[in-house]
Write a protein that binds this ligand. Structure first.
Ligand SMILES: Nc1nc2c(ncn2[C@@H]2O[C@H](COP(=O)(O)OP(=O)(O)O)[C@@H](O)[C@H]2O)c(=O)[nH]1
Ligand SMILES: [Mg+2]
Length: 693
């Protein structure tokens, strides 16, 4: 069944790993009547963790989508992965939702992923709430968790539900908004009842805060509140809706998902107060080079965005799509704005995890799935007609972890290539490229876990035997001073000979300027038609330097003199002369190896700061700056790439898996001594393929 815009809500459930997202998602579907029984993550039967790799590892790897209905409103929920290796699917779910629910373990409070997700939501001005889970643990503390939010984010969350006890004494939650208690019933849905006397004062105080939050949403309500000292339930609801859509308050919820507690009042809150899809403020498109936003609008012609591509072993290719304006109808023709061509829309579906249900149409605000489209890709904009807006692509972080791979058997190369294309389509944070310089296929992603899961799939599902290794570093060579050399290429024994003489001077250029060729020949010492041959020789000479055969950069080459022979000279003779002259000059010009230096930004909990800094200095890192806020330290440094090839693994072990980093190329820098000697040694036996006479 399809729902219209004002009867749709979209919620992303996100948070640090193991805070109970998948369990909460399961119990939302159970309490919403979608599934007859809530399964545990450990059983491998949850709706959220349904792919073979998730069942095997007992963690979420992909976003899952499901929905319930409450008083006629459809609520779409995303269950997202907690590990930063799978951040791509969290970001796409944020993009498609107007509200994010961050889960927090009641024992741990704010954790590093909570902070990163909070910042990401800040960047989108996205309304959000927090759900404090696992309150059945003795050390869990709802109040402390909210205080932690206040300390770290300078926002005081407003409790919409309150726990009745905690640990073994946990009995259920109280819905402060609707003034009802919900007793936990274990496997059955929670049961509504009166608020026990012992909690009445706490509820009254919490309700006061909720009324204040509602009054903040609207100026006339604020006047009423000041005049009357309170708000009617209708006024309160209206104020909360407005305040939440404007991200003016952060609702907080308590619960024990595993025991079906805190679920129904949360569903009620979303159905009543959750942001309408029309309130989305991050629907950005490229308006002639300038980013602009459009309102979500059911009355405009169709516009929709493909947010995700997945391949299901039973249903085949799935293209997840969010409708931004108008409606999408099954079995019609639309226009693919990104590809600038007509697009056939086949069957449309809504889903509960991997279970699909066919629908005829989807309205603005809704999220659904197009199956078996051979052409649709993630980030494609689909519109009613040509000339529509082109929505901006998902903004994802750059890969930080790379591995070089090759199929053990040459015959598997094509199959491996096809798999990589598909994997990169499914997860936009995963990339692959062939590095022509090092002759390696390098795959990259957000961390070792993500890469290992992909390698496992290649080995197990595709039955391709693989070899993997740490990617090679692309070193460079350059010179430290001016030098000159002359070289005569001569072969004049019988018949048509070869003759060319080149005299050249080389000089260092500033870093990053690469190469300059200067022709300073006077009086036709080398005729014009041979100059291209001379330059070819120089370029070939620079392709493999004299130290370790790496490309030579940042050199000016000036051809100053030469000599030719009217019969024996040829382009080839001058090319060979120039190549050798260049290398002779380079040997005398104080040649040096250069290594790539990366700019690194590391995010860690403050307690790991010292260990991370000393590790960076052992990696020849130069600290550029350091900043701390809300318990998280941010370190900026420049570090040689050669030291960072396994940094995601190192940082994981230093920070017990909590740290993260980003890395971009900065510049090349000279190396010397033992480091340089080792690089040269590692290149021994490298064969240069060049044309000979
Ligand atoms: N005691 C308790 N355990 C829970 C609760 N919610 C989830 N868990 C357990 O915590 C673990 C992680 O849960 P999961 O839903 O996979 O967390 P996710 O990584 O955030 O998706 C699982 O073993 C769950 O059974 C809860 O409310 N109370
Ligand atoms: Mg999960």
């Amino acid at each position: 069944m399809s729902h219209t815009t004002d009867l749709i809500k979209n919620v992303s459930i996100a948070g640090h790993g193991q805070t109970g997202k998948t369990t909460l998602f399961e119990h939302l579907l159970f309490s919403g009547g979608v599934i007859p029984k809530a399964e545990t993550v450990e059983s491998g039967k949850t709706v959220g963790d349904s792919t073979p790799e998730e069942i095997e590892r007992k963690i979420s790897i992909h976003a899952a989508l499901g929905h319930i209905e409450r008083n006629g409103t459809k609520i779409n929920f995303f269950d997202t992965p907690g590990s930063s290796d799978f951040t791509g699917d969290v970001i796409l779910s944020f993009r498609a939702s107007e509200f994010a629910l961050l889960t927090m373990d009641g024992r741990a409070g704010v954790q590093i992923e909570t902070i990163k997700l909070w910042r990401n939501l800040d960047g989108r001005k996205k309304p959000r709430g927090v759900f404090v889970t696992k309150l059945d643990n003795d050390q869990a503390d709802f109040g402390k968790s909210l205080a932690d939010i206040k300390e770290k984010f300078k926002v005081e969350p407003v409790a919409v539900t309150l726990p009745m006890g905690h640990g073994a004494a946990f009995k259920g939650v109280i819905d402060v908004l609707h003034e009802k208690a919900y007793l936990a019933q274990g496997e059955s849905p929670e049961k509504e009842g009166p608020i026990p006397d012992e909690f009445k004062d706490a509820v009254a105080a919490a309700r006061e805060k909720l009324i204040e939050a509602a009054a903040e949403g609207d100026d006339t309500l604020m006047e009423h509140y000041i005049e009357q000292g309170s708000l009617t339930p209708e006024e309160m609801k209206k104020g909360l809706i407005e305040a939440l859509a404007e991200n003016k308050f952060v609702p907080a919820f308590a619960g024990v998902a595993l025991k079906n507690s805190g679920i129904i009042p949360f569903i009620d809150f979303i159905a009543d107060v959750g942001p309408n899809p029309r309130t989305a403020k991050d629907l950005m498109f490229d308006g002639e080079g300038k980013e602009q936003t459009v309102p979500l609008d059911p009355d405009k012609p169709l516009a929709a965005l493909v947010i995700k591509t997945a391949y299901d072993q039973f249903s085949g290719k799935l293209s997840w799509i969010k409708i931004i304006s108008g409606k999408l109808t099954a079995d019609t023709e639309a226009f693919n704005v990104s590809e600038n061509k007509k697009e056939r829309i086949g069957k449309l579906h809504v889903c509960q995890g991997k279970k699909l249900e066919e629908v005829k149409e989807l309205f603005a605000g809704d999220i659904g799935i197009i199956t078996k489209s051979p052409t649709l890709k993630t980030n494609d904009t689909i519109a009613a007609a040509d000339g529509g807006l082109n929505f901006l692509h998902l903004r994802l972080p750059e890969p930080v972890h790379s591995v070089a791979v090759n199929a053990t058997a040459k015959k598997d190369d094509d199959k491996l290539g096809e798999f990589l294309v598909r994997a990169a389509e499914e997860d936009k944070t995963f990339r692959y490229h062939f590095n022509a310089e090092t002759h390696e296929t390098v795959i990259s992603g957000m961390g070792e876990l993500q890469i290992n899961i992909i390698l496992d799939k290649i080995k197990t599902n595709q039955k391709i035997e693989l070899e993997t290794h740490v990617p090679k570093v692309a070193y460079r060579e350059t010179i430290g001073k001016k030098a000159g050399a002359e070289y005569t290429h001569k072969k004049q024994t019988g018949g048509h000979g070869q003759y060319g003489k080149v005299l050249l001077e080389i000089a260092p250029l500033p870093r990053g300027e690469n190469y300059q060729f200067v022709n300073a020949i006077f009086g036709g010492a080398i005729p014009k038609n041979y100059i291209p041959g001379v330059e070819k020789g120089v370029v070939e000479g620079m392709a493999h330097g004299t130290m370790a055969h790496y490309p030579v950069v940042d050199v000016e080459v000036k051809i100053v003199d030469g000599k030719y022979h009217p019969v024996d000279s040829s382009e080839l003779s001058f090319k060979l002369a120039a190549r050798n002259a260049f290398r002779d000059a380079m040997r005398q010009a104080n040649p040096t190896l250069l290594e790539p230096i990366m700019t690194l930004a590391v995010f860690v909990e403050e307690k790991y700061l010292g260990d991370v800094m000393s590790d960076l200095s052992s990696k020849r890192g130069k600290i550029l700056g350091q900043d701390s806020s809300g318990g998280i330290a941010e370190i900026h440094a420049e570090v040689p790439q050669a030291e960072l090839l396994r940094y995601s693994i190192d940082l994981r072990s230093i920070t017990s898996g909590t740290g993260s980093f980003s890395v971009t190329f900065a510049h090349y820098a000279p190396i010397s001594g033992r480091i340089s000697d080792d690089v040269i040694k590692a290149r021994e036996g490298f064969k240069v393929q060049e044309t000979e006479e």
